[in-house]
Design a protein around this ligand. Structure first.
Ligand code: AMP
Length: 259
């Protein structure tokens, strides 16, 4: 497995693979890999001649009061997991931005509301870094999780609008046995907070089965949970989406509504 930390080396390798017709699958991550990420990697391994995992905690998608500095970075463990999964190359740059970087990608419709409203500038950071990764890695396919449903919509729209020749593959949310959606941020939770996160996950699943106004019901129920602060509940297409704060940790999740 190659480990590449410079843009130049990444570009050299991706150009060689494009020239030799070796289709690459990219799994973009911020590291602290868990089964959710591994599911994406395994699918890429099945479908692509080359599998590239990027590990980059992208500063432009974090707000000034968010958890950029404390975001977990278990590098050795991440590399071991990638090696186990037969990844060809890990792209783990220290920094992807020049000091005078001044160009950003802004999607202006699907990035509105929900996380776009609660985290101003977040999707601009996401769209920018994902386009940079697409340009550096030149994948034919890129793999994303449905857990970040709005992120998928933003990236899909960005790739369509800017004519990026990549096929997006979106896979279902992987959950722990207690129902909580796997997330690198779950590590922040104390045992009591974990119990609250379980309640959040259960209420979301229950709400998704309700015929009448699942979003209204979920909002009411979440407000009753102690130790939980509701950020938003919103129906988006066939999905019921919610974000909450459990202590200082912000958790998001979504479920397909039973119609
Ligand atoms: P992150 O490292 O959190 O930025 O996530 C990298 C990719 O993994 C994104 O496409 C996420 O949607 C996806 N992902 C994160 N958590 C899960 C999960 N529990 N199930 C499936 N995919 C996930």
């Amino acid at each position: 497995m190659k480990i590449v930390d410079s843009k130049t080396a990444m570009r050299r390798q991706s150009t060689a693979w494009v020239r030799s017709g070796e289709a690459a699958g990219l799994v973009p991550t911020m590291g602290a890999l868990h089964e959710g990420h591994l599911t994406l990697i395994r699918r890429a391994r099945k479908e692509c001649r080359r599998v590239i995992v990027s590990i980059y905690v992208n500063p432009t998608q974090f707000g000034p009061k968010e958890d950029l500095a404390r975001y977990p970075r278990p590098r050795a463990q991440d590399l071991a997991l990638c090696r186990q999964e037969g990844v060809d190359l890990v792209f783990a740059p220290e920094n992807l931005y020049l000091p005078d970087h001044s160009t950003f990608v802004e999607e202006n419709v699907v990035s509105q509301g929900r996380d776009g409203a609660s985290r101003p500038g977040h999707f601009r950071g996401v769209a920018t870094v994902v386009l940079k990764l697409f340009n550096l890695v030149r994948p034919s396919r890129a793999y994303f999780g449905q857990k970040d449903a709005q992120q998928v919509d933003v990236i899909r729209r960005m790739a369509r609008d800017l004519d990026v020749p990549v096929k997006l593959i979106v896979l279902p949310t992987v959950r722990d046995r207690d129902g909580v959606a796997l997330s690198s941020r779950n590590q922040y939770l104390s045992p009591e907070e974990r119990a609250t996160a379980v309640e959040f996950a259960h209420l979301l699943q229950q709400a998704a089965k309700r015929k009448n106004n699942p979003a209204v019901w979920l909002g009411q129920e979440l407000k009753k949970v102690s130790g939980l602060k509701l950020d938003y509940v919103e129906r988006a297409g066939d999905r019921l989406c919610a974000a909450v704060f459990v202590g200082k940790t912000r958790l998001i999740d979504n479920a397909v509504v039973d119609l």
